[in-house]
Design a protein around this ligand. Structure first.
Ligand code: BES
Ligand code: ZN
Ligand code: ZN
Length: 485
């Protein structure tokens, strides 16, 4: 993404500007003519929230933000307003825009700029007329007394992370098999201090990762297991936080084949969790957050083939447990389970996995958020939920009662990989819980990772949900120690 962000002191006279204002702001010290001011005042009185003025050589856009008691709601309104402006900027072919913060409340202009840039995203690689379709914006100048350079750097880094995570998810399987996935992660322009190691099939075999190998058995491409480590010397945590992402680069369901329409057609997005973890690792390292974080990304496609695992087969997982695979479409939990057991070697303070894991989660809350559950101390989930509300990647916590455990008992193995239809999102999480003795939080993003219809700054296609959430959580991680639970 070649977008430049700069913080400037004064509003340049000759450039197009977006003013973020309250309806009662005094605008007379901005360079409007008397008739423009009159027009703006009348429009605001009429309840207009978005006003555009064309002064031939430049445009002025005024965005009114209403006060709201819930600050998180207000941030979200700003993001959505920013996204609307991204369309206007495209329409009027701006390659540069000045954002003026006339409200001076920290965070509002940040949120507006975030919505504007994320709303600007589009995946054009496979179009013939890319240049016409491309948004021309190249440079954002920010005039604000409240935002500092550090915040703007974070904004830039996170936006970059969301862009490349969306790119990775939107790529079809023909360009994004497991090997290409891990190569792409390696080529992210890895910031100093972040290490990336890719295990190939041979190494995965020598580690006996039976879950990942089992799902890969029907594939013509080898699996990969990517390990990302961010272990800064000044970290506040002794034991790292381990993030695990589901990297199923395409999910046909395997021999338990999915029907194509409305089921298999967008399953290139089944690596959204793994892509999000890669994006978070990039952003955390780039912003030098003083928290030890490990990212584990098991990747493969899931296909039927002569050699594919058949329903009823028993496989032996990385941790030695046996699993009766009754449905080969419940493959995500098999590759995640191996990675979650592998996480034990880091003696993690907490494991968080993020995955497009179940249709059940999508059915429960649709595309509006994330289903979360887990067995970690409550302050961790509280902090995650808080971050979710703050960045509007909201989490709803599902129960994790022990009654669910026995639904996974198999007649012939230590576990089976499916339970009953009811509470399917929870039993998937429960399956994962069996593979570690460390605290686990499981995030199911099946409903919100990939949108068939555009939604404001989330756009159409890949949303990269989880990136902004986990980054915010990790940024606030040091504060977790100061709270009493
Ligand atoms: N990748 C799917 C889950 C999914 C569904 C993601 C819809 C995004 C949108 C997963 O591997 C899957 O197929 N899950 C099965 C599990 C079932 C067989 C227990 C499901 O949810 O139907
Ligand atoms: Zn599946
Ligand atoms: Zn899947």
């Amino acid at each position: 993404m070649d977008l430049k962000y700069s913080l400037v002191k004064d509003i340049p006279g000759n450039k197009s500007v977006i003013y973020l204002i309250r309806k009662d702001n005094n605008l007379s010290h901005f360079a409007f003519t008397r008739s423009e001011l009159k027009y703006i005042t009348e429009q605001i009185k009429d309840g207009e929230k978005q006003i555009s003025i064309n002064s031939y050589s430049k445009w002025s856009y005024i965005q009114v933000i209403d006060k709201e008691t819930d600050l998180d709601k207000q941030y979200e309104k700003c993001r959505r307003a920013g996204s609307k402006h991204s369309l206007l900027l495209k329409q009027h072919k701006h390659n540069e825009i000045v954002l003026v913060d006339a409200i001076e409340e920290p965070g509002l202009l940040y949120a507006f700029a975030e919505g504007l840039v994320l709303g600007n995203y589009c995946f054009l690689k496979y179009f013939g007329d890319k240049t016409e379709k491309k948004h021309p914006l190249k440079s954002i100048l920010i005039v604000s007394d409240k935002l500092n350079k550090q915040e703007i750097d974070v904004l830039k880094t996170l936006n970059e992370a969301v862009y490349f995570v969306r790119d990775m998810i939107n790529e079809p399987l023909s360009f994004m098999n497991a090997v290409q996935f891990s190569e792409t992660v390696k080529q992210l322009g890895i910031p100093g201090g972040l290490s990336v190691e890719v295990f190939n099939k041979k190494k995965i075999e020598s580690l006996k990762m039976g879950g990942l190998l089992g799902v890969n058995r029907g594939s013509i491409d080898p699996p990969t297991f990517t390990v990302m480590e961010w272990m800064p010397d000044n970290a506040v945590n002794k034991n790292p936080l381990v993030l695990v992402g589901k990297g199923v680069v395409f999910d046909t369901g395997g021999l338990s084949l999915k029907p194509t329409q409305n089921s298999m057609d967008y399953m290139k997005s089944d690596m959204s969790g793994a892509a999000a973890v890669a994006g978070v690792m990039y952003a955390v390292a780039q912003s030098k957050i003083p928290v030890k974080v490990i990212g584990l990304l098991p990747a493969t496609d899931n296909r039927p083939d002569g050699n594919a695992v058949a329903p009823g087969d028993v496989i032996t997982m990385y941790n030695g447990m046996s699993v009766e695979v009754l449905n080969t479409d419940a493959e995500g939990r098999l590759i995640l389970a191996d990675a979650i057991s592998y996480a034990d070697k880091y003696k993690p303070e907490l494991i968080i996995d993020i995955a497009t894991l179940t249709g059940s989660a999508a059915l429960a809350i649709g595309r509006f958020g994330i289903v979360g559950m887990g067995n970690a101390e409550s302050r961790y989930m509280k902090s995650l939920v808080h971050s979710g509300n703050h960045v509007h990647e909201r989490i709803v916590e599902f129960p994790f009662w022990e009654e669910f455990d026995k639904l996974l008992e198999s007649n012939i193995a230590d576990l089976k990989n499916i339970a009953e239809r009811e509470a399917g999102a929870i039993t998937a999480g429960k399956f994962l819980e069996k593979f570690t003795s460390y605290p686990l939080i499981h995030l199911d993003i099946a409903g919100s990772a990939f949108l068939k219809k555009a939604n404001s700054y989330q756009g159409k296609g890949a949303t990269a949900i989880g990136v902004r959430l986990l980054f915010d959580f990790i940024r606030n991680f040091p504060n977790l120690f100061d709270k009493d639970g």
